[in-house]
Every structure is written in C-alpha cells, then in structure tokens.
Write a protein that binds this ligand. Structure first.
Ligand SMILES: N[C@@H](CCC(=O)N[C@@H](CS)C(=O)NCC(=O)O)C(=O)O
Length: 215
C-alpha cells in the first residue's frame, strides 16, 4: 500500500495521523502544502479544503478520525478496544478532542487579553471533562497506546509550548489529565511527529494572527 499524507506543518489534525504512523512504524510520505495558497491538485482532491488527506494507492481519505480508524484497522496491532461499546466511546472522546483542539486554537489566537481570558476559562472547564473517562479507566492501562492518545497528544504539545511562549497561557489541569499529557509527551512517536522547527513556526504563526499571547 502506498501512503501519502497531505499536511500543513502546524496542523494538529494532521499530527494525529503522523503519531499513529510512527507508533506503528508504517512507511509513508508527507506532502506539505501552504494552506494560505493551496495548490490546485489539493483543492481538487479535498472536498472540505482541509488537511489531512491520506492518499492510499491514489484513493483519497479525509477527516482525521477516519484516517486514524483506517490506519489502525489496516496495520496491526490494533489500538482500539475489541468491545464495540468501548470502541464507540473512544470515538466519542476523539471527537471531543477535536473540539478541544478548536477551543485551544481560539484561545491561542485571541487578539486581546479579555478575549484570551474568556477562552482560557472555558477551555479549562472543557479539558477538565477528560478526568471522567480517565478516572473510569476507559482509555485502558496507561502503558497501552490508544487512538485517543494519538488524537489528544497534539493538544498537550501545544499547551506546553504556549506556556513556554507566555506563562499566562499555562492552563490548570486536573491531576489525571496533567499526568496523561506528560506521559504522552514522552513518547518518541509524539516527539517525532512535528517538523524540527515546529515551536518557532508555531510562535511565528500566532504572531501573524496578532495573538495577544505572542505579541
Ligand atoms: N475535522 C477536520 C479538521 C481539519 C482542519 O480543521 N484542518 C485545518 C488545518 S489544522 C485546515 O485544513 N483548514 C483549512 C481551511 O479551513 O480552509 C479533521 O479532523 O480532519
């Protein structure tokens, strides 16, 4: 199977797939595009105009959660629970992870202090909801990797960087969530899932959006 991932270097949704590809050591190629000036071939292939796309022997997959499911089911070992209810619950939390990524982006790109603090407060409430499945053990043994891990690790990476850019961006996290994030950030597949100058590019990107945090 020939796999080509179409990426924008800063996209957390693409990063989910890279993490899984690296965890499973699946051979793949990555094509980076500029989302401010997307090439025509990309617009032809992507119905939503969004990355990631995964090109599989020329067929096109879109939506990060679908790509995660395809890669997991096609390349053993599988990282999803066998139990159908638990598997569906994992998918629910992956979707929740997507909404957290959007909320984090809104917080990071807020252009004044008041808007930033409003976004931060609601983000802290939203991310705290992850304590519930963690406390219930829904995501399994901490040493077992799951697709939920791949889906939320980009969130923790950006939270850590934002706090380094500006201490006011440090969000308070309930212990189970904080520990989960710290554990994920230690995984080699997560550390190697972004371009080498990611932090600089991310800060420049936020500055270009007139982010209050990086102004
Ligand atoms: N629901 C999509 C979200 C992907 C997404 O929002 N990608 C952003 C970059 S991080 C994008 O391509 N934006 C371009 C646009 O909205 O025109 C997924 O999970 O794959």
């Amino acid at each position: 199977m020939e796999l080509r991932l179409v990426s924008f270097a800063l996209c957390p949704f693409v990063q989910r797939s890279v993490i899984l590809l690296r965890e499973k050591q699946i051979e793949h190629a990555i094509d980076y595009i500029d989302l401010d000036d997307p090439p025509e071939w990309f617009l032809q292939l992507s119905p939503t105009g969004k990355v990631p796309l995964l090109l599989v022997d020329g067929a096109t997959l879109f939506e990060s959660s679908v790509i995660l499911g395809f890669l997991d089911e096609s390349f053993p070992p599988g990282f999803q629970p066998a139990d159908t209810l638990k598997r569906a619950q994992h998918k629910s939390w992956i979707e929740y992870g997507s909404s957290l990524l959007m909320a984090q982006h809104a917080m990071a790109t807020a252009t004044d202090e008041e808007a930033f603090l409003t976004h931060k407060q609601s983000f802290e409430q939203d991310i705290a909801r992850l304590s519930e499945p963690l406390n219930e053990g829904l995501f399994g043994n901490p040493d077992e990797f799951s697709l939920v891990d791949a889906a939320v690790a980009p969130l923790f990476m950006r939270l850590q960087m934002l706090a380094e850019f500006n201490p006011q961006a440090a969000v308070s996290l309930p212990d189970p969530v904080r520990v989960w994030g710290e554990r994920l950030l230690q995984r080699p597949a997560v550390q190697r899932s972004v371009v080498s100058d990611f932090a600089d590019r991310y800060r420049d990107f936020l500055a270009s959006k007139k982010s209050w945090l990086c102004g």
